[in-house]
Design a protein around this ligand. Structure first.
Ligand code: OXD
Ligand code: MN
Length: 621
């Protein structure tokens, strides 16, 4: 049922008809409908999906991509998150950190209101009440939100990525406690994206639990439940309440079918480090009979200590996957392909599209693009067959093209993914893309050293493009773009939350991307085989293996790592399990400079840094 407001209509009747009872939510809707000048208001939830899909198809906003699959293109200058235009605003200048791009809310509020005033004229404002948690979670009070958006495709994404409906806001113990997210698209063709006159602003008013995003309909900027609430707002809430951590982490379960024992691992990886592939990984064929890997989430985890058993529990607050399509194929991520199969109601964005067959394609889907060009259009809508000579080698899909699909579609979704309590965490891992220095895995048993490792996480700058070749672009805990409060306090909060656990998880740093310095080949085969170092880690935690102590952690001995059936040369195996102390010593100087930027970094973190540096120095001497 549609809940509409025509210009002369009565908003109260619209909200009544939608069953929206929470008076604080109603007041909020009223305020922003007036300010943005929306012509109609419509309250939507999961039950409206089929109708919204039909309307979007009829309006030409999306197209069929085979049975039960859909396709949309975005405006060509609106295809990625904009970190420079993303701001955390609060009343307290002490909330400014190195990465959170802090500005006073007294300055940002009027700026955003000015841009949004009247900017939804003639449009429908969709009211999307949502929950970023499995229902009944102890963290539910932090998970309730209402996104107002003037873009129908954004509503369709929200319905896939969060649990949506009025039931999530109607009976709140504290009716005014919900995150207020307002998304106004703006006139995309006249916003000066990426120029000095850029009009866009993506602001989280963290101490007011309000998110105002103007000037984009791309998912990472417009799905306010996911990144702005699920990470920026939630990490601020977790810190302010002292109750939890909200991190850009994947979350998986590993079951030993022989013993019935299940472990859970979560962890952070900077962009383009294979986090989604790892999260959706299956056991390699030779270990399939023994181990089963289950998927909980690929992008966000909220962690808290359970007061009853003192363990760390994690939930994935999301309800879907907003995955990068590029390079997804039967080898890299077969479960992702399963999760976008016909009938999944997946929404593809900015991939290549065949208007005759409804097929979609992206770089890396198959080794070469489809040979028969008829009907194929690139992500900008241009016919491939009509490309000019100059354009003929351009990618068909945008490198940040996406698939948006519900968790339920993931073939190896964990049986208990809706468990409100979450799952107990055995290991927290960090990993970037590093061509040398970082071994396949190094385990860290000390809490401060584990947090220190997360804070010094980074991804290697690629040649020329982003900086000096081989140097890390630091991305603490993979939260650099989502930091909402100062890094020193962030580290202290981590030490406090995990320190309060009676049963501590083990930490580890992993790297699947070491290369041979001579011919550049990857030393480790990666993908499903990545389960092997993780199994070693779990055994180490359980005291079944001892590993080899090094200044930077415990690495597996060659005998301990099960590589049965893996195609790897002995010298490559030796290399990925070795520590290059000279190379590490260079890295330690850079780490020191990186950490020195953070005011108030806890002494425990500096002490951890010194311990590692001294142990390395002793080796080099
Ligand atoms: C991201 C995402 O941009 O998850 O990190 O989409
Ligand atoms: Mn992410």
């Amino acid at each position: 049922m549609a809940h509409l407001l025509d210009p002369a209509g009565d908003l109260e009747t619209t909200l009544d008809d939608a069953g929206l009872k929470n008076s604080s939510v109603r007041e909020y809707v009223r305020h922003w409908a007036e300010l943005t000048g929306a012509q109609r208001v419509e309250v939507v939830g999961a039950a409206d999906d089929a109708r919204l899909i039909e309307e979007s198809l009829a309006a030409g906003e999306i197209q069929h991509a085979g049975a039960g699959r859909y396709y949309a293109r975005s405006y060509a200058k609106d295809t990625a998150r904009s970190e420079e235009r993303t701001i955390v605003a609060t009343a307290n200048p002490a909330d400014a950190g190195v990465y959170n791009n802090w500005h006073p809310s007294s300055k940002m509020r009027p700026l955003l209101e000015d841009r949004m005033r009247g900017a939804s004229a003639g449009k429908t404002m969709y009211v999307v009440p949502y929950l970023m948690a499995p229902p009944g979670s102890p963290l539910e009070p932090y998970a309730v939100g209402v996104e107002l958006t003037d873009h129908r495709t954004v509503a369709l994404h929200m319905i896939r990525m969060a649990r949506c409906g009025v039931e999530y806001v109607n009976d709140l113990a504290e009716p005014e406690k919900f995150v207020r997210g307002v998304h106004v698209t703006g006139d995309l063709e006249n916003l000066g994206q990426g120029t000095p006159g850029d009009q866009r602003y993506f602001v989280t008013f963290a101490d007011e639990r309000t998110i105002l995003h103007f000037g984009s309909s791309y998912g990472g900027n417009a799905l306010l439940g996911k990144i702005a609430h699920g990470l920026r707002q939630a990490s601020y809430d977790g810190w302010a309440s002292g109750e939890f951590l909200a991190e850009q982490f994947m979350l998986i379960g590993v079951t030993d079918k022989q013993t019935g024992r299940t472990w859970h691992i979560c962890g952070g990886f900077p962009s383009a480090s294979g986090k989604t592939n790892l999260a959706m990984m299956l056991a390699p064929d030779s270990l399939r009979d023994r181990y089963h890997v289950e998927f909980y989430g690929d992008d966000i985890a909220w962690l808290r200590v359970d007061p009853e058993d003192g363990k760390i529990y994690a939930i994935n607050p999301e309800f879907g996957v907003f995955g990068v399509a590029k390079d997804t194929n039967e080898v890299t991520n077969p479960t992702a392909l399963g999760s976008v199969a016909p009938g999944t109601h997946v929404l593809f964005t900015n991939v290549a599209y065949n208007e005759h067959t409804g097929d979609v394609w992206w770089e890396g889907r198959t080794p070469v693009p489809p040979a028969d060009l008829s009907g194929w259009r690139d992500w900008t809508g241009q016919l491939i067959s009509e490309r000019s000579e100059a354009d003929k080698d351009k990618p068909w899909a945008h490198p940040n093209s996406r698939f948006t699909t519900s968790l339920r579609n993931v073939p190896n979704i964990a049986r208990d993914f809706e468990n409100p309590k979450g799952v107990p965490i055995d290991a927290i891992i960090f990993g970037g893309r590093t061509r040398d220095r970082e071994p396949l895995i190094r385990a860290i048993t000390d809490l401060a050293e584990g947090v220190y490792d997360g804070l010094t996480l980074g991804a290697e700058a690629t040649f020329a493009a982003e900086g000096v070749d081989g140097q890390l672009r630091y991305d603490p805990m993979s939260m650099r773009p989502f930091m909402s409060y100062p890094e020193g306090a962030y580290a202290a909060h981590w030490l406090r939350i995990i320190g309060a656990a009676k049963v501590k998880p083990i930490f580890a740093h992993v790297n699947w991307f070491q290369r041979d310095p001579d011919d550049g080949h990857f030393l480790w085969p990666g993908y499903r085989e990545n389960l092997r170092p993780l199994l070693w880690l779990l055994k180490l935690k359980d005291g079944e293996v001892q590993g080899r102590r090094t200044p930077v952690g415990i690495v597996p001995t060659e005998e301990e790592l099960d590589v049965g059936g893996v195609d790897i040369k002995p010298e490559d195996l030796h290399k990925v399990l070795s520590i290059d102390s000279d190379r590490w010593t260079v890295e330690m100087t850079r780490r020191e400079q990186h950490l020195a930027k953070f005011d108030g970094l806890p002494e425990e973190i500096w002490a951890a840094h010194r311990r590692v540096a001294e142990a390395l120095a002793a080796e080099v001497d």
